[in-house]
Design a protein around this ligand. Structure first.
Ligand code: DPP
Ligand code: ZN
Length: 873
């Protein structure tokens, strides 16, 4: 496939002002007639041909201004429709195509999900419905008429407001939807089927009434109330936090069970993976409740950041995604605990984005070339994209940030924009020069900031010397210094922050590191303070500092920044795990670390009231964090062994407080998914996880008792997960029991799959292979594939990286099978290989063999070929 480049962007030669779609539903032959009001773009080339793109389309008829086009007027293939010499003024082009939704296993364009019709058009799915200028800078007003069987599709939905409905007799009916807001084709949606609905209403800040509807499969209506509450909370929050009001008479969410991603922000008609809509205490965990709230918010917030203001081209994807992730993170912080949300986001960023940035798939937040855009819906675009917005806010301050956002909404409403246009708003309101800041969008890789601290007792100065270096990434051998906001505090011996004085004047607490090396000399510092660096994770960088373990443990107890209290404990643990892995591999003894246990023990102190926060303190860095810190010649088995030993050591030192905490936190009243209750449960699992470290009998017994007595799905799943890590009879009994109780519910079957696929046990791969043949597994359903196979590839470091290479061959084999069935999901699974180059030589060789076998396969989809080529590149 051809590589698309940012610097080759050209405005479209034609524009489409209105689209009138007439869709006659049929399971295998849906007829789509598109009437397009087209005119030459004054910014395009004068004598250009008109080329509409398609993807596997079947043309039935075409006409211009009512006159049929004959085959030789046209150059048509399944992938394009070209008019060499179109009219040079406005004209109407009418195109009829026939598509087969039942055969659409790629789940792009129009397809069927459990009998319902639905669409997915981002990024390039609209071209699988009709020939079009399928690019985000062509904005049109859509009117959509849907006609179908009344019995099969009582519900007919599209974007905008409902304009008309009618009965045609003979089991046929229709609905017409009109969306007054011009939009790009990727935001088009259509849903039809026999669905249940939950309804509510929202009154906007200017007093307009908006009907709210959540559509789910019949019988699941009672699982849609949390999603509905989340919609209302999101609408209210966007008004209060950003002054953004909703702009149609109706806002709809539809839950479907076959879906490639999490959800899709189609104008007025968000389509969701049902995993992110359906929740009840009997079927959903605390994590599900939190995810639903966050994803409902994310898609809703796109209405302004993505829909009203969209992207000029797909290189600008982070313009809507990074910004909208930032907005949903802020929403969750306001709804729940801000420090806990920050810690969770940073854990997630490090585990997925830092990993991507350190491997062969590293790319910039705004890439300058792509072969397949579907492969750029990545943690770098989303999560690092959000960090860049957060830094921008930290750098210019909250008031200037809000003023810049207001200006952006006012100036660019209704447009398709670039990152430069967005940044210009902040430059204007803050008066700052953003030229260097823009490097965050262009340079891939995680900057490493090395900090050296020196205290001069005589001069009473404390000097911080920060050196930044961004490692080479594919296609980018050398990097320029970035603007890195360093938020810091100097903590004195009494635990209070010392005043920050630089050059005789108060300074900070945010300092911008703009050069390769920056020195900051703090004055009036009589004794050496503990430096609390990058408070609240003020920049997405890797920090290497000479702050000692002793100082970190002091900060863990005293820092007033809750993020850095957590970070201090993590850093000490990470340093220890890295040292222990080296000792373990050299067959040297591992040194004990009582102080770390003491810091973690604070989490289980009965006086600690923020349980969700305490649970974060209690959780050690993940195996992937240790692998990344080691960086090369990684042995996942050694990491797993050492981390388990550390957990057992901590358990031995804290056995009493852990048992007391597990008892104290036992569930008493009815289940409530609120953040405080969820936090108590999280802390209870942290205690149980440590108590059962190494498969210790007493701990396993406790967990098994919790499994049996659980009265909500969170307790059940967390207990099952804790049991699943160790090969015990209780594990098998609980797994069998769970399957008996729940395997008929697909979303609960998924939980059972994930738990078994992530178990760090030698027979896991055999089980995963067996489960693929078991009832309920369906290679065509992305949720099933992600739960069983995705969890094994990306959530099981020891078994995916089996020394015999079987894990690599297995994932490559599934990718080969999915290559034609659903290339997008296939390419996602391959993400498991993103760190293969950092492995020890034997595993690395086996991973490479698996990738090369895949690369040699004939007929690789562009999606899979792109990832394989870059992974090997
Ligand atoms: N639906 C995906 C998201 O919201 C892509 N836009 O991030
Ligand atoms: Zn999004």
């Amino acid at each position: 496939p051809r590589t698309i480049r940012l610097d080759e962007y050209r405005p479209s030669d034609f524009l489409i002002d209105t689209v009138e779609l007439d869709v006659r539903l049929d399971p295998t032959a849906t007829r789509v007639t598109a009437r397009l009001a087209i005119r030459p773009n004054p910014e395009g080339r004068a004598d250009a041909a008109l080329t509409l793109v398609g993807d596997g389309l079947n043309l039935v008829a075409a006409s211009i201004d009512g006159a049929d086009l004959r085959p030789d007027d046209l150059d048509v293939s399944p992938d394009q429709l070209k008019l060499a010499n179109p009219p040079r003024g406005p004209f109407e082009l009418t195109i009829t195509t026939i598509v087969d939704p039942s055969a659409n296993t790629r789940l792009m364009g129009l397809y069927r999900s459990n009998g319902a019709y639905c669409t997915q058009c981002e990024a390039e799915g609209f071209r699988r419905i009709t020939y079009f200028l399928d690019r985000p800078d062509v904005l049109a007003v859509y009117t959509t008429r849907i006609e179908g069987s009344k019995a099969e599709n009582p519900v007919l939905l599209s974007n905008g407001n409902l304009a008309e409905t009618g009965d045609l007799g003979d089991d046929r009916h229709f609905a017409v939807w009109h969306d007054p807001h011009p939009k790009p084709s990727y935001l088009f949606a259509l849903v039809a089927g026999d669905l249940g609905v939950v309804e509510d209403e929202f009154v906007t800040m200017s007093g307009r009434e908006v009907a709210l509807k959540v559509f789910v499969e019949h019988g699941k209506e009672d699982r849609a109330t949390h999603a509905m509450e989340s919609i209302k909370a999101s609408m209210r929050w966007d008004e209060q936090a950003f002054g953004r009001e909703y702009d149609l008479d109706v806002f709809m969410v539809v839950a479907v069970s076959y879906f490639n991603m999490g959800a899709m922000e189609n104008k007025g008609l968000n389509v969701f993976n049902d995993k992110y809509v359906l929740a009840s205490p009997e079927t959903a965990t605390d994590g599900d409740y939190a995810n639903i709230e966050a994803i409902i918010a994310h898609e809703y917030f796109h209405n302004w950041t993505g829909n009203r203001i969209t992207c000029r081209d797909w290189f600008q994807l982070c313009l809507k995604e990074g910004l909208t992730v930032f907005r949903d993170q802020e929403f969750t912080s306001d709804m729940r605990s801000r420090p806990v949300k920050r810690i969770q986001d940073v854990r997630n960023l490090r585990s997925i984005q830092f990993a991507e940035d350190a491997g062969p798939l590293a790319h910039a937040v705004r890439p300058n070339a792509y072969a397949e855009i579907n492969n750029f819906y990545t943690p770098t675009i989303y999560e690092k994209g959000a960090e860049v917005i957060r830094m921008l806010k930290t750098w210019i301050g909250g008031d200037a940030f809000r003023a810049g956002m207001d200006l952006y909404f006012e100036r660019h409403d209704g447009q398709a924009c670039t990152i430069e246009q967005f940044i210009a708003c902040f430059a204007e309101v803050s008066g700052r020069d953003f030229a260097q800041f823009l490097r965050w969008y262009a340079q891939a890789g995680t900057p490493v900031v090395t900090i050296r601290t020196t205290h001069d007792a005589e001069a009473k100065t404390f000097t911080i010397e920060a050196t930044q270096k961004t490692p080479a990434t594919p296609g980018q051998p050398s990097k320029q210094p970035m603007v890195i906001p360093l938020a810091l505090g100097l903590v004195g011996q009494d635990g209070d922050d010392l005043p920050l004085v630089v050059d005789g004047a108060p300074a900070g607490p945010v300092f911008a590191l703009t050069d390769e090396t920056t020195r900051i000399v703090f004055e009036d510092i009589a004794t050496r303070p503990a430096a609390s660096l990058f408070r609240n994770f003020s920049a997405p960088v890797k920090v290497v500092s000479d702050v000692t373990d002793e100082e970190l443990l002091f900060l863990a107890a005293h820092d007033r920044d809750p993020f850095n209290r957590w970070q201090a404990t993590q850093t000490v643990a990470l340093r220890k795990l890295v040292a222990d892995v080296a000792a373990f591999r050299a067959v040297r003894p591992i040194s004990p670390e009582p102080k770390l246990a003491e810091a973690i023990g604070r989490a289980f102190d009965p006086a600690e009231t923020d349980c969700a926060y305490a649970a974060q303190i209690a959780a050690l860095p993940a195996e992937g964090d240790v692998a990344r810190e080691i960086g090369e010649n990684v042995d996942p088995d050694a990491i797993h062994a050492v981390r388990s030993l550390l957990k057992a050591d901590i358990r031995d030192r804290l056995a009493g407080p852990l048992a007391a905490a597990a008892d104290r936190l036992a569930e008493t009243g009815p289940y409530s998914p609120d953040a405080a209750s969820a936090g108590r449960r999280a802390l209870k699992y942290a205690a149980l996880d440590l108590l059962s470290a190494g498969g210790a009998a007493e701990g396993v017994e406790r967990v098994f008792a919790l499994y049996k007595s659980a009265r909500n799905m969170t307790d059940k799943v967390m207990a099952l997960h804790a049991l699943s890590i160790h090969a015990t009879p209780e594990r098998e009994e609980a797994l069998t029991d769970f399957a008996t109780l729940y395997s008929r519910d697909p979303l609960l079957l998924d939980k059972w799959f994930v738990i078994q696929a992530s178990a760090p046990l030698p027979d896991t791969l055999d089980r995963v292979e067996a489960l693929m043949a078991a009832p309920g597994f369906d290679m065509r359903n992305p949720n099933r594939v992600r739960s069983l196979i995705g969890a094994f590839g990306s959530g099981n470091p020891t078994q995916f990286n089996r020394a015999d290479g079987r894990g690599y061959a297995f994932i490559a084999g599934v990718v080969a099978e999915l290559n034609t069935l659903n290339p997008q999901v296939a390419a996602r699974l391959l993400g498991a290989f993103r760190t293969w180059r950092s492995l020890e030589p034997e595993r690395r060789a086996r991973a490479e063999t698996a990738l090369r076998a895949l690369a040699a396969m004939p007929d690789l989809s562009p999606d899979v070929a792109d990832i394989v080529n870059r992974a090997l590149g």
